[in-house]
Design a protein around this ligand. Sequence first.
Ligand code: FE
Ligand code: FE
Ligand code: ZN
Length: 306
Amino acid sequence: MNLIIGGHVSFSKEEQLLGSVKEALSYGCNTFMCYTGAPQNTNRVPINDKATALARDLMKKSEINYRDIVVHAPYIINIANGVNKDTYYFSIKFLQAEIKRCEQLGINKIVVHPGSHVGQGYEKGMENIIKALNMIINKEQKVMICLEIMSGRGSECGCNFEQLKHIIDGVTYQDKVGVCLDTCHMHDGGYDLSNFDKVLTEFDNMIGLNKLAVIHINDSKNERGSKKDRHANIGFGNIGFENLINIMYHPKLKDVPKILETPYVDDSLKNIVYPPYKFEIAMIKKKKFNQSLYNDIRMYYQSKES
Ligand code: FE
Ligand code: FE
Ligand code: ZN
């Protein structure tokens, strides 16, 4: 089975999507996810159509399918908190602008965190999210908003299938909304991923497999149900290599892009970190856990430096 797998790559001011494609290819990805600027802020440079055209040409010559690539909205926007009207309406406007940027980039999926109610209570938070989505989504848009399941840390909304379904049910143009499952968030939220068929059946019954648009593949640093949301490298956490392989190669998820958001590996001597994706993807393709992953990563990137 041909896996659609990639990592979270950067989107630089200069090369934009072209840079993202180059970075993804350097890891052996056949898809990728990027922000359209810094994830922690909302400063955005205009989309450079020339860079996008060059990215398209490069993708044509590679294994990457344009339709599989994904944008992630910056995580500081919050459409669940209606207390501060300025932030609430800013988030709505910003998401609309991000959708426009996706359209200009030719990318048709954007992952969005449902948000945190920060004290307003869960009911109100859900109401705010639905209201915001109905202001954001227009009938003509081509981009699908993929609501990411959260771990339940703090006052996060959208931490289980029921809550995601509740949001989708409230949206007028439901064909513009999908779901992004994140294995670390699900595990930290209490789902038992060692029994994935059961979990998937539950998802199918509640929301429908046709709504599953993206999967984030991460191991977890914490116990199941911890609600912590700290990602670990594949096979180095509490979900484990076998369970993650099982999910990635699940025949029902064949067409769903899988994106790694695993931690960079640090160099204990230098103040520097290395991307893990090239080596994680290699072991995923072999379906064999690599105990010396960290060493291999350090050796590879150190040899490139010298
Ligand atoms: Fe996310
Ligand atoms: Fe994620
Ligand atoms: Zn996370």
